[in-house]
Structure formats: structure tokens, C-alpha cells
Design a protein around this ligand. Structure first.
Ligand SMILES: O=c1nc[nH]c2c1ncn2[C@H]1C[C@H](O)[C@@H](COP(=O)(O)OP(=O)(O)OP(=O)(O)O)O1
Ligand SMILES: [Mg+2]
Length: 196
């Protein structure tokens, strides 16, 4: 593999699809994206996630991936935090969705007028087992609403981004991919990689 190949490591096929769509250019092929001098390929691996802030979680994921693959890696951690809960569940949103479901998330905010939520995506880039991890973060603000639209990707159907009357799940993918937390984080990563 060339030294300019970065492997995006995730166990989440929907994330991967969005990353490929957002980074796609005429040069992309077979799921490999071109960014500046880099080719970004991918590998499906479920990495251990420590407890901590989103930055700590992402740094650890990136280091774990760089160690396993012994080369340049990219990982991503996604948070959904409620303003009424001082931005929790945050990095633990996955376990909330798993255990209480989407209606459970909506019910958590039952007694709060403030339904505000922040979707935060943090990419961690690490060149190898001994390298520092660089972080690139994107945030999209919105509100938690009763589930509307397909429920095949995480909490998409209960998150209505500010300025829109559709949930992420109801939007066409192209629209989500131009305003999402993931798009905003990838925009920063793209700037960094193209300046290398
Ligand atoms: O755009 C999104 N729209 C809706 N839901 C989303 C989105 N992006 C991640 N999600 C879900 C997946 C998981 O339930 C949690 C993040 O957890 P997170 O650890 O980052 O993802 P993961 O474990 O599925 O994949 P990975 O192997 O990359 O860690 O939020
Ligand atoms: Mg995960």
C-alpha cells in the first residue's frame, strides 16, 4: 500500500457511505476517495471505545486503529447531545439508542421545553502507531422531534436540523450531506489533507 493511502476504519456501513459520498470527486472509484495526494480506502473494524469526552474517545479510537493497521488511519466518532442535559448522552448516544430506542430519546426530553440538540462529528487522523492524533470537528444544531422518516441510520429520524422542516432521515441524502455534522468535519479534514 502506498504511503499516501489512509484507511478509514469504522464498523458502521452508513457512516462509510456518507463519507464516500461527501468526499467523492471524479477521481473516486470502487469506494476509494482521492483527497489531495491521498487515497482514502476503508476497513470494517469495531474498535474499543473508552469513556471520556468526544476528543478522548476519538483520540483513543485513532491510536487503536493505527496500532492494529500499523499505518495512516482515519476514524470518526459521532455524538448527539441534548442542551437540556448539558450535551449528554454525547459520545454514549449509541448505547442510549440501543437500550431505550428512538422513542426513549424523545421521552427523555418530555419535561423540558428546550428540545435543542447538537450533532457533533469528530474525525481523528493518525499517521501511524507513534504519531499524534489530529482532530477535525463539525457541529450541526437541531431539535429532537418525534420520529419521522426511515429509521435505518441511528437517530436520523428524531433529529431535525435548524432551518429545516425535515428530519435528517426525511431529507434526501444529498441535502443531508451538505449540511451535516459529518460534512462540516470532513470539510476541515479535506482542507488539511489538501494542504499537505
Ligand atoms: O449521521 C448520523 N445520523 C444518525 N445517527 C448516526 C449518525 N452518525 C452516527 N450515528 C449513530 C451511530 C451510533 O449509534 C452513534 C455514534 O456512535 P459511533 O461510535 O460514532 O458509531 P459506530 O459505533 O456505529 O461506528 P464506529 O465503528 O465508526 O465507531 O450514532
Ligand atoms: Mg463506535
Amino acid at each position: 500500500m502506498s504511503e499516501n493511502t489512509i484507511t478509514f476504519v469504522t464498523g458502521n456501513a452508513n457512516k462509510l457511505k456518507e463519507v464516500i459520498a461527501i468526499l467523492s470527486t471524479s477521481e473516486s472509484q470502487n469506494g476509494t476517495s482521492k483527497v489531495g495526494k491521498y487515497s482514502i480506502t476503508n476497513k470494517s473494524l469495531d474498535l474499543d471505545e473508552v469513556q471520556g469526552t468526544i476528543e478522548e474517545v476519538t483520540i483513543n479510537k485513532a491510536k487503536a486503529a493505527a496500532k492494529i493497521l500499523d499505518g495512516p488511519v482515519l476514524v470518526e466518532d459521532t455524538c448527539l447531545g441534548f442542551e437540556a442535559f448539558n450535551n449528554l448522552p454525547g459520545p454514549y448516544i449509541k448505547w442510549f439508542v440501543k437500550s431505550i430506542g428512538l422513542s426513549g430519546l424523545v421521552d427523555m426530553l418530555y419535561k423540558f421545553e428546550n428540545k435543542g440538540a447538537n450533532a457533533i462529528c469528530t474525525f481523528g487522523y493518525c499517521e501511524g502507531p507513534d504519531a499524534e492524533v489530529k482532530l477535525f470537528q463539525g457541529i450541526t444544531k437541531g431539535n429532537i422531534v418525534d420520529s419521522r422518516g426511515p429509521t435505518d441510520f441511528g437517530w436520523d429520524s428524531v433529529f431535525e436540523p435548524e432551518g429545516f422542516d425535515q428530519t435528517y432521515a426525511e431529507m434526501d441524502k444529498k441535502t443531508k450531506n451538505t449540511i451535516s455534522h459529518r460534512f462540516r468535519a470532513l470539510d476541515k479534514l479535506r482542507d488539511f489533507l489538501t494542504s499537505q
